[in-house]
Design a protein around this ligand. Structure first.
Ligand SMILES: [Zn+2]
Length: 363
């Protein structure tokens, strides 16, 4: 079996193991009455509702993190290292992960507090929560390239004047004016290559990994940039936010129904009882699983459109296919995943499918 297939098989099994651990943990907390015990402990420590929610959330989160630690390490460090996808020194890797954990932890913690404050306030909490989270999502999209990306990468404007002129000419041809092109120093961490359009409005910019610059021909880089320009022209950041917003609203409504159903089932004092937090987490986990193919289906659809745009703009299917081949090798991509796996987990069409579409394109 090829390296790529072995790598992704390991990743899939470990991912399923991690998911099973999460579900088993939450079920165990609920069925053993540990959820109630933690809720009662929190109530003894403090009378303030928000502080009780905080204690239960922290206890639950730490337990979950500790149980899944080995799987997290295997998926994020050991496997990529073993397959040559990661050469970042352990200390730098750990620093990156801690930063990510702090950001995600702080956001998750704030989300729980906001949700429970609204649950205590009104039965329509889900509507308000969805509105607040949607606003936060838009704000995060805007600040991502300015505040978050620089925490993980050094960004510098593309220095190669000839290439820059070439890429700007391409952008003009695509009727996109004055887009900043920045290079991220991915090569310090990994050999994997990528490019992305990030930000919204005035913070929007195109970011290219330096790994791409060092090993791709100028025509291939143009193909990759043209794909990213396609996202820009199609307003994909905005379209993505709209779809996420719709999914958010649906999730919040279903989560509210799930939480209400859990109140008599688990003997909670009410929906705002912090002892119901593991139940809410379980409901959200299930809803997230259902959403996965929906979100990824939408993503593959806009990715296909960006590919078509790239082919039409460059008129160079040969370079596009060359870029895909190179990306596949560097990123150890799974070229021909099982169709079901693609439908559930893939944010981009499978590589063979993208290449076949380029071959069949009229350019
Ligand atoms: Zn794309």
């Amino acid at each position: 079996m090829a390296d790529a297939d072995r790598y992704h098989r390991f990743q899939l099994w470990l991912g399923l193991l991690g998911f099973t651990i999460s579900v088993a943990y939450l079920l165990a907390v609920l069925l053993t009455g540990a959820g109630h015990a933690v809720g009662q402990w929190a109530a003894r420590v403090t009378p303030a509702a928000w502080a009780q929610v905080a204690l239960v959330a922290l206890a639950l989160g730490f337990g979950h993190g500790a149980l899944g630690l080995l799987v997290t390490l295997a998926r994020g460090y050991w496997l990529p290292r073993r397959f040559g996808l990661l050469h970042q020194p352990p200390r730098a890797w750990l620093a990156d992960r801690l930063k990510a954990l702090l950001i995600a932890g702080a956001l998750g913690f704030a989300a729980v507090e906001i949700a429970y404050a609204l649950i205590a306030l009104t039965p329509y909490w889900w509507l308000l929560a969805a509105a607040v989270f949607f606003a936060v999502q838009i704000a995060l999209t805007a600040v991502l390239p300015i505040w978050v990306v620089p925490l993980f990468y050094r960004l510098s404007p593309l220095a190669d004047a000839e290439l820059r002129e070439r890429l700007l000419t391409l952008a003009r041809r695509a009727h996109v004016d004055a887009v900043g092109v920045f290079v991220a120093d991915q090569s310090r961490k990994s050999r994997t290559a990528n490019a992305a359009v990030v930000g919204i409005g005035r913070t929007r910019r195109i970011i290219i990994f330096d790994t791409l610059l060092s090993s791709f021909t100028p025509e291939e880089i143009e193909s990759v940039l043209a794909h990213e320009l396609g996202h820009h022209v199609h307003g994909d950041v905005r379209r993505g936010l709209l779809v996420q917003g719709a999914l958010l609203l649906l999730t919040a409504r279903l989560a509210a129904l799930g939480l209400d159903a859990g109140v008599p089932l688990l003997g909670l004092a009410g929906p705002a009882d912090p002892a119901g937090l593991p139940w809410l987490a379980l409901v959200l986990l299930a809803l997230g699983l259902i959403q996965l193919p929906l979100g990824n289906g939408f993503s593959r659809w806009i990715e296909r459109q960006a590919d078509d745009f790239a082919l039409a703009t460059t008129g160079n299917a040969h370079a596009f296919i060359g870029a895909m081949e190179r990306l596949a090798r560097l990123n150890l991509a799974e070229r021909r995943p099982h169709r079901l796996k693609e439908i559930i987990f893939f944010s981009h069409p499978a590589l063979e499918r993208r290449i076949a579409r380029a071959r069949a394109s009229p350019v």
